[in-house]
Design a protein around this ligand. Structure first.
Ligand code: SAM
Length: 439
């Protein structure tokens, strides 16, 4: 979409076309386009309205019902933060006393809108003129234009002394191809600028890729990994007084109302955060700002403790990816009285099952050295016809193994492909209710 098309969509005629496009979007695009043209809508406007209606439909998983009034671009939507995550971050900023915030590279404004909803005055800066115009329109549609304003320009030139906190979510996709960028030095604004913000503003938050190398975490910063319904979605670096602990894993579980997976092509993670003490202890907040039914759970720690190693025991925990990426497996092990069975593999084993939001629990019924022949024979004997396959520390390809097993039978089972004390091992188990997310 260019600025002219956007302006056309904002006229009363454009709004009516957009409403008509919303009615016909979601089905066959050719049929939808023909339906609009049959009403005399010019082809350019029809195409822009249909694209917008389709993007809004896809955005519901990320933004909820508000998506219906937002203006979106495909790359902007793909890079935008999910509402449950943005709302949590905004609530934390507001609780830390932040009143004015610069969002340097605000995109379509998902994070900025969340901060504005939390009562913070947000100054958005966006280099792309169309994206900047859409972000301003999104502020208006949300009734937040008085609290979130957008200027089109280079974020590196923004005078950060005007605000008491800065948020930056640098672009991690190539303009044009939309390909993901894995090297932080190729982010925009550039990584040096982003990490240098902490020296210029007291409160800083930077959203980064969840695969961030721990070696790049600036000294003194808090690194947080966030998962939503078991999917790792982002990491954030909190600087200055916002850094409360070295590492944090935040596990969000939207309730049924908010539980819709984004369909926009985007990716699909001590001391508790409730102010109480005790490293490695989890903190829960049932009705968090991610929506009335979103459950948020946090585990914190230093990220440099090694979990103890022991034998395979009756219950296996598969830690949430936010816990694993935050290097908080040892802290989780402490809360579960669990140990690893291999020092390099993040499965935990315990004698008793405990409900936990930080991982799934399986009851292990068989442990065998990996052998396709033996495994196939055992599953035949047990009449196992369906398996879910978990793996850590195994090069086997689950789909190939599933084919090779030639399963026949009426029972389900969980297979865990892993190593125990270095040896390739398969564990057969069944899920324990009340833990983690089904895989
Ligand atoms: C990852 S997106 C931000 C998404 C936003 N946080 C959201 O949730 O909607 C990054 C944005 O930064 C913008 N950008 C990149 N470099 C910039 C710069 N130097 N100045 C201003 N904006 C920039 C890009 O155009 C892009 O829209």
């Amino acid at each position: 979409m260019d600025l002219d098309q956007f302006a056309a969509l904002r006229t009363p005629e454009g709004s009516a076309v957009l409403a008509a496009a919303t009615e016909v979007a979601g089905g066959d695009p050719l049929v939808a386009a023909a339906a609009l043209r049959s009403r005399g809508v010019p082809p350019g406007l029809a195409a822009a309205a249909l694209t917008q209606a389709e993007l809004r439909r896809r955005a519901v998983g990320k933004f909820g019902p508000e998506a219906a009034g937002m203006f979106l671009t495909r790359p902007g939507l793909e890079q935008a933060t999910r509402r449950v995550v943005a709302d949590r971050r905004a609530a934390r900023l507001a609780a830390a006393g932040v009143r004015t915030l610069a969002d340097l590279g605000c995109g379509l404004g998902a994070d900025a809108l969340a901060a504005a909803r939390a009562g913070i005055r947000v100054y958005g800066v966006e280099a792309d003129p169309v994206t900047a115009a859409l972000a301003a329109a999104n502020a208006e549609a949300a009734g937040l234009a008085g609290r979130f304003t957008v200027e089109c320009g280079d974020a590196t030139a923004f005078d950060v002394t005007r605000v008491d906190a800065v948020f930056c979510d640098p672009a991690r996709r190539q303009g044009g191809t939309g390909r993901r960028i894995f090297d932080p030095n190729a982010y925009s604004p550039p990584w040096d600028f982003v990490t240098g913000l902490a020296g210029r503003v007291p409160h800083t938050v930077v959203k980064v890729a969840p695969g961030l190398d721990h070696a790049l975490i600036p000294a003194g910063a808090e690194a947080e990994w966030v998962s939503v319904d078991g999917d790792l979605v982002e990491a954030a670096l909190w600087g200055g007084p916002l850094a409360e602990v070295p590492r944090r894993a935040t596990v969000l579980r939207p309730g049924p109302a908010a539980r819709q997976r984004p369909t926009d092509g985007s990716d699909g993670p001590g001391r508790p955060t409730d102010g109480s003490d005790g490293p490695g202890r989890p903190a829960d907040s049932p009705d968090g700002p991610g929506g009335p039914a979103t459950r948020g759970h946090q585990l914190t720690g230093t990220g440099d403790v090694e979990a103890k190693v022991g034998p395979v025991r009756r219950y296996l925990y598969d830690p949430d990816p936010a816990v694993v990426r935050a290097h908080l497996v040892a802290e989780l092990a402490d809360t579960l009285d669990a140990t690893l069975a291999d020092p390099s593999i993040a499965y935990l084993y315990a004698d008793t099952p405990q409900p936990t939001p930080f991982g799934r629990c399986l009851e292990i019924v068989d442990v065998l050295p990996f052998s396709l022949k033996r495994l196939r024979a055992l599953l035949r004997e047990r009449r196992v016809g369906r398996v879910e396959i978990l793996k850590r520390g195994s090069a086997l390809v689950p789909e190939q193994l599933r084919r090779d097993l030639r399963l026949a039978g009426e029972h389900p089972a969980s297979l865990v492909l892993t190593r125990v004390a270095g040896a390739p091992t398969v564990l057969i188990g069944r899920p324990v209710a009340g833990t983690g997310t089904p895989g």
